[in-house]
Design a protein around this ligand. Structure first.
Ligand code: AMP
Length: 280
C-alpha cells in the first residue's frame, strides 16, 4: 500500500494507473464495517483507494471532534491486510488551504433539514465540503459507503449530481457486532455498562421489524422509546421515513419502503443506527 499526504502526489500516481478506481472515504479508527467496504471495493475495482481524514467542518460539537478516536498504525495494518492499494492521508491545511471558516455551501434541499440535519446543524454541509475535495482528488469511478449512515448516502448521491461527478455510489449493508450493535468508531468510547446498554438501539430496530404491519408506526415508536429509555439512552430522534428521499412518514401505506432511524446518546457518546423495515 502506498501512502500519499499531498493531492498532487496522489493525482500524479493515480493518473498513471490503468483501470477503475474504487474509493472508500473514512475518518479512521477502523473496524470491520470499514473493512467490508474495502473488500467490496476490492471485488469491484482495479485500484482501491481509502482515505483517512477526521474532517473538522462536519463536527458541530467541538468536544466530539476533540474526542474522535485515532488509531492510525492499526488502521494502516488493517488496510494493508484488506488489500488496499492507496491510502490518502491529507492534513487539514492540505484539504482546506484557505482555512475552514469561509467555505462554499451546497443546495441540499429538504434532506438537510431533518434527522441528522436537524440535530447537527451544518453537519451535511461539512460532509459535502470534504467529499467534494476528496472526490476531486481521487476521481473514482465507484464510491463505497455504508448504509449505517443512511442519510449521508442520500446527501452524497445529491452531491454527485450537483457536482456532476462521473462516480457511481455503492451503498453497503451495515456490519454489526454478533449481539447486533452496529459497528462504529465511537463504540470504543463506551465503558462496559454503556456498551451493554448500547444494545437498546438494535433491539428497538428489531422490535420495529418484527411488529411492522401489525402495530401502527406510532405504537412502534412508543415501544422503541421505552426500550431506549430502559437502556439509559437520551434520545435525539426516533423516526420513520421514506427510504428513497427521507420524507418523514407518520402512517405506513403498506406500499412505501420505510426506514426507521434512531439517534441517541449513551453517556456522552452519540450513536446512530437504522433499518429498512420492508425491503422492496
Ligand atoms: P466513518 O469513518 O465513520 O466516517 O465511516 C466511513 C464509512 O464507513 C462511511 O461510509 C460509513 O457509513 C461506513 N461505515 C461505518 N460504520 C459502518 C458499519 N457498521 N457497517 C458498514 N459501513 C459502515
Amino acid at each position: 500500500m502506498i501512502i500519499f499526504k499531498k493531492q498532487k502526489d496522489l493525482h500524479g500516481y493515480l493518473s498513471k494507473q490503468v483501470g477503475d478506481i474504487g474509493f472508500v472515504p473514512t475518518m479512521g479508527a477502523l473496524h470491520q464495517g470499514h473493512i467490508e467496504l474495502i473488500a467490496e471495493a476490492r471485488s469491484q475495482s482495479t485500484i482501491v483507494v481509502c482515505s483517512i481524514f477526521v474532517n473538522p467542518t462536519q463536527f458541530n460539537d467541538p468536544k466530539d471532534f476533540a474526542k474522535y478516536p485515532v488509531t492510525l498504525e492499526k488502521d494502516i495494518d488493517m488496510l494493508e491486510q484488506a488489500g488496499t492499494d492507496v491510502l490518502f492521508l491529507p492534513s487539514v491545511s492540505e484539504l482546506y488551504p484557505n482555512g475552514t471558516s469561509l467555505l462554499e455551501s451546497y443546495e441540499l434541499g429538504a434532506i438537510e433539514k431533518v434527522l441528522e440535519g436537524e440535530f447537527r446543524p451544518g453537519h451535511f454541509q461539512g460532509v459535502c465540503q470534504v467529499m467534494n475535495r476528496l472526490l476531486t482528488a481521487v476521481a473514482p469511478q465507484k464510491l463505497f459507503m455504508g448504509q449505517k449512515d443512511f442519510q449521508q448516502c442520500l446527501v452524497i448521491a445529491r452531491l454527485l449530481q450537483l457536482g456532476q461527478f462521473p462516480t457511481t455510489l455503492i451503498t453497503c449493508a451495515t456490519i454489526r457486532e454478533t449481539d447486533g450493535l452496529a459497528m462504529s468508531s465511537r463504540n470504543r468510547r463506551l465503558n462496559e455498562e454503556e456498551r451493554k446498554n448500547a444494545l437498546g438501539i438494535s433491539k428497538a430496530l428489531q422490535f420495529a421489524r418484527d411488529t411492522m404491519g401489525r402495530l401502527s408506526l406510532e405504537e412502534i415508536k412508543m415501544k422503541a422509546r421505552e426500550i431506549l429509555e430502559q437502556h439509559k439512552f437520551r434520545i435525539d430522534y426516533i423516526e420513520f421515513a421514506d427510504s428513497t428521499n427521507l420524507d418523514l412518514v407518520k402512517e405506513w401505506d403498506n406500499q412505501q419502503s420505510i426506514v426507521m432511524l434512531i439517534a441517541a446518546f449513551q453517556g456522552e457518546v452519540r450513536l446512530i443506527d437504522n433499518r429498512v423495515l420492508n425491503p422492496i
